[in-house]
Design a protein around this ligand. Structure first.
Ligand SMILES: [Cu+2]
Length: 131
């Protein structure tokens, strides 16, 4: 009986894992966000879905004193409102964040929040939330 319960829980866990939308981003040393296979990176998620954001960050020309080399902050495009839970500080190397996509469909933008070089202002990715 306990064994059956174990199997059911295991299957439920596997199902939950398979429903997470994994997004892999490189926050590169030339102050550009990169996504493998995309020449102009764009992220699309479904409203409210679970997201596993896996980011590799590489130190640019400058960084913050606390060792943060880039930021990854999500803003609503229409009013630049910050999205709770999506203000991330990146250290060199690989890091993962378990996040929830915004509940409101529309256009968003990811910005770097660390002055990482003279090209920092252009370090952004279009981010779209679909219903
Ligand atoms: Cu940056």
């Amino acid at each position: 009986m306990l064994c059956m319960l174990g199997i059911v829980l295991l299957l439920a866990a596997k199902l939950a894992v398979s429903q997470v939308h994994v997004i892999e981003v490189l926050a590169d040393k030339d102050s550009v966000f990169k996504i493998a296979g995309q020449s102009k990176p764009e992220i699309t998620v479904k409203a409210g879905e679970s997201v596993l954001l896996r980011i590799v960050a590489r130190k640019g020309k400058t960084w913050n004193r606390d060792g943060t080399v880039h930021g990854f902050t999500l803003l609503r495009a229409k009013d630049h409102g910050k999205i709770p839970g999506w203000n991330l500080e990146l250290k060199p190397g690989m890091q993962e964040f378990n996040l929830t996509a915004p509940g409101e469909p529309g256009e968003y933008e990811v910005l770097c929040t660390v002055i990482c070089s003279e090209d920092h202002e252009g370090m952004r990715i279009k981010f779209v939330v679909t219903p």
